[in-house]
Design a protein around this ligand. Structure first.
Ligand SMILES: NC(=O)c1ccc[n+]([C@@H]2O[C@H](COP(=O)([O-])OP(=O)(O)OC[C@H]3O[C@@H](n4cnc5c(N)ncnc54)[C@H](O)[C@@H]3O)[C@@H](O)[C@H]2O)c1
Length: 396
């Protein structure tokens, strides 16, 4: 199997291709592996090799490694981090492992890409961010995988908002709804235990929705009010019924430094909604609408044209002038969800090559984590308003 990707330029001091190891081979491990496999076929990126895929079960991870294009597999992530031929650690493991792996990898001088949310607790996220800041001084980069920033239509939406096409943004609606827990007999998983998942729909999908609000507006959150609800509080576990210790759904209103207000609504029990991320941004000069189920499209209303001509138009975000799309197919040959991970790897590799800070940084992940913690704090205090120290969000 040839796992070496055609070199374009490598800033590795030894001029070797960058050695990559991914930890976790299930849902995100597969999505990231797919991106590592195809990124060099479409984008000019530094030379790298898919060296090692890490998991717990030796047979299963070996099978996954062979299938997803990794040269080797391993079961001990610590020994992989110590290897001299590994330069990048891609963490696709559950949240309870993020801090331990990321901090060890950064201390060993490895560039780190970690899946969202940054960590399960604010304390872990702070330690990770401190380790990232220290590593950056030695030229070691780190990034969190909020992949929806790499949907071309959302990257375009951010550009249009930054150019003032919506005027002053007044309010945003962000809804991320799923239904994979609608069935009360759906069994326990690590995602339903606080000690392994940190929180439920909140950390899992509100983290994406909140990151999008910050990304699209380039703004910062100053106040938070929240509410959490667990509708099914016991589910079948391996040894009988088990308590669910995280939320099924969460609601929040966010005040932004600009004065705009965002409403965030997330659920994993929204019957019929499979993976529905919808964003609506309302300004005094226009409106933008996005629906992940039609991710190549952006709805745009320009309120500066005469009212008799106004109406939402559908921009097919599939032109070479649109973000990321020059590298893909001829115009109108649409792309999908998996392409966001390819774009994410591309941006991460270019930052590693250039020695620049990739975005979203761990600081930005920590910022989201502060907002998630404020939602929990507010929910525990009958939705009272929690003040936050505002940190502006960097662009992608
Ligand atoms: N960006 C997105 O859209 C998105 C979607 C889903 C999940 N995620 C995030 O990705 C991360 C992983 O979620 P998932 O859905 O892929 O989980 P998963 O349960 O499907 O996979 C977890 C993987 O981690 C591995 N793992 C667990 N313990 C390990 C250990 N000690 N050593 C090595 N490997 C170990 C497992 O073998 C498995 O391969 C989470 O942080 C989650 O929030 C992101």
């Amino acid at each position: 199997m040839n796992t070496a990707h055609t070199p374009t330029l490598s800033k590795d001091s030894t001029d070797r291709p960058l050695g990559v190891a991914a930890i976790g081979y299930a849902f995100m491990g597969k999505a990231h592996s797919n991106a590592w496999r195809n990124v060099a076929s479409f984008f000019d990126v530094p030379a790298f090799e898919q060296k090692v895929l890490v998991g717990r079960d030796a047979t299963q991870v070996a099978e996954a490694a062979a299938k997803y294009g990794w040269a080797e597999s391993a079961t001990d992530w610590r020994s992989v981090i110590e290897r001299d031929d590994i330069h990048i650690i891609d963490i696709c493991a559950p949240g309870w492992m993020h801090a331990e792996i990321a901090i060890a990898a950064l201390e060993a001088g490895k560039h780190v890409l970690v899946e969202k949310p940054l960590a399960n607790t604010l304390g872990e996220a702070e330690l990770m961010t401190a380790a990232a800041a220290k590593a950056r001084q030695r030229g070691v980069q780190s990034m969190i995988g909020f992949n929806y920033r790499r949907v071309p239509a959302l990257a375009l939406a951010r550009e249009l908002i930054a150019e003032g096409r919506l005027g002053t943004v007044r309010h945003v609606r962000a809804a991320y709804l799923q239904d994979w827990l609608s069935d009360a007999q759906s069994p326990m998983t690590w995602r339903l235990r606080k000690e392994t998942a940190g929180s439920g729909a909140l950390g899992d999908i509100a983290s994406h929705a909140i990151d999008q609000v910050l990304f699209l507006l380039g703004d910062a959150v100053t106040e938070v009010s929240g509410r959490l609800q667990t509708f099914v509080d016991r589910r079948p576990g391996p040894d009988g019924p088990e308590d669910v210790t995280v939320d099924d759904a969460a609601w929040a209103t966010l005040t932004l430094a600009s004065g705009a207000i965002a409403s965030v609504e997330v659920s994993r029990v929204a019957t019929g909604q499979k993976n529905s991320l919808k964003l609506e941004i309302y300004g005094d000069k226009g409106t933008i609408l996005f629906d992940l189920e039609a991710l190549n499209e952006l709805g745009f209303l320009d309120a500066t044209v005469p009212v008799r001509e106004q109406g939402f138009r559908r921009i097919l975000v599939n032109e070479p002038v649109h973000p990321y799309l020059e590298a893909w197919w001829p115009q109108g040959h649409i792309i999908g969800w998996e392409h966001t991970f390819t774009h994410q790897i591309r941006d991460f590799l270019l930052a590693v090559r250039d020695g620049s800070q990739p975005s979203p940084s761990f600081e930005e992940g920590l910022n989201v984590q502060h907002i998630l913690a404020a939602v929990e704090e507010s929910a525990a205090a009958k939705s009272s308003l929690i003040q936050l120290h505002a940190n502006p969000t960097e662009g992608a």
